[in-house]
Design a protein around this ligand. Structure first.
Ligand code: TTP
Ligand code: MG
Length: 351
């Protein structure tokens, strides 16, 4: 049995903007092209839920959005920022599932129990348990993911859990924003039957129109081969290509000189690198790199390459520590600067 999750951030770009500017809280927000007082070209990237009440939605011409909602706040958006937020969200997700497929800037599939291709017996949920308990536990994990994203990023998302990718994706969209919808293998038929066909990913406006002409409005009336394909979709997750190196870095909330915090952070980064290494197909590494960035953005890296490939993570931690200690005194930090970021990387990975 497979349990697949699909996570999708709510009104992603707009939610990030609203989060980051207090004066935007509670206002209708549209991220996209410049409306130029209704004359602007280009489209809406996204609108928050408040702006959607006016009928504004993604891909709509910005001029139309302006007509529908002149009092909406129109923002250009900052893709770099959204990518950074996205990376952090994916990192949270990876703490809960070893098999994550990033499907877009604000969405990802993940496996909660499975025997995924190439990864023998990835079991996050502890067997043996009844199916019922497994689904219940999957729901609990999804709740934890939502809680941590809310706590750390102050953003809400919607998660769907299902027996395959397609159903998980339909489920994540079922209740938005801030939804959590579980569709068990047993419940899948009942869940799907009466859904409008447009809810199925891949059925766009054109396909929908063709089916509507034939009187097909809901999923259960779709041709049976298509219906079966949705119900028994077995598309595997596409896991990112094998890395040639694995790196983790952390930018501090406030620039710091606290050796306790610095060393703790480096320890945590080694652990994270180790986790990623463990689920990669690689068996050994030969180079360890430490990266340090000071408050003024001066950046230094120090590395050590072993003659023989290593696999023991005690070496990583001790070597990182050895490379870092000179930064705690005059040797590498004569001006006693504050630290902005530290990073750890392992390179020359081999299977
Ligand atoms: P979506 O997940 O489709 O939309 P959303 O996150 O804004 O809203 P929802 O709560 O319904 O999930 O897309 C994610 C981001 O991708 C969205 O914030 C902006 C961007 N995007 C575009 O730039 N153009 C588009 O047409 C769509 C659909 C999305
Ligand atoms: Mg979204």
């Amino acid at each position: 049995m497979r349990i697949v999750g699909h996570l999708d951030m709510d009104a992603f770009f707009a939610a990030v903007e609203e989060r980051d500017r207090e004066w935007l809280h509670g206002k209708p927000i549209v991220v996209g092209a410049d409306p130029k007082g209704g004359e602007g070209r280009g489209v809406v990237s996204t609108a928050n839920y408040k702006a959607r009440e006016y009928g504004v939605h993604s891909a709509m011409p910005i001029s139309k959005a302006f007509k529908l909602c002149p009092r909406c706040i129109f923002l250009a958006g900052n893709f770099k920022k959204y990518t950074e937020v996205s990376d952090r969200i994916m990192k949270i997700l990876r703490k809960f599932s070893q098999v994550v497929e990033t499907a877009g800037v604000d969405e990802a599939y993940f496996i909660l129990t499975s025997d995924v291709q190439g990864l023998s017996e990835v079991r996050l949920l502890k067997p043996p348990k009844s199916d019922f308990e497994l689904w219940k536990e999957a729901k609990k994990i999804a709740k934890k993911i939502k809680d941590e994203i809310l706590e750390k990023e102050k953003l809400t998302c919607s998660i769907g859990i299902g027996p395959n990718k397609l159903i998980a994706k339909i489920a994540s969209d079922f209740k938005k924003p801030d939804g959590l919808t579980v569709v068990t293998g047993e419940g899948a038929e009942n869940f799907l039957k009466f859904l409008p066909i447009r809810k199925v990913p891949g059925i766009g406006p054109k396909t929908e129109a063709k089916f509507l002409e034939k009187g097909i409005k809901i999923v259960k009336d779709l041709p049976s081969d298509l219906y079966e394909r949705i119900l028994h979709d077995d598309t595997p997750l596409v896991i990112e290509r094998e890395a040639k190196s694995i790196g983790e870095e952390e930018t501090f909330e406030n620039d710091t000189r606290s050796s306790v915090l610095l060393l703790e952070t480096l320890g945590e980064l080694c652990r994270e690198a180790r986790q990623r290494f463990d689920i990669s197909k690689q068996k050994t590494f030969r180079t360890i790199v430490l990266k340090v960035r000071f408050h003024d953005f001066e950046t230094k890296t120090r590395s050590r390459t072993f003659q023989k490939p290593a696999s023991d993570f005690k070496i990583l931690k001790s070597e990182v520590l050895r490379l870092f200690l000179p930064f705690l005194d005059r040797r590498e930090n004569p001006k006693n600067k504050l630290f902005r970021l530290v990073g750890v990387r392992i390179e020359k990975l081999e299977q």
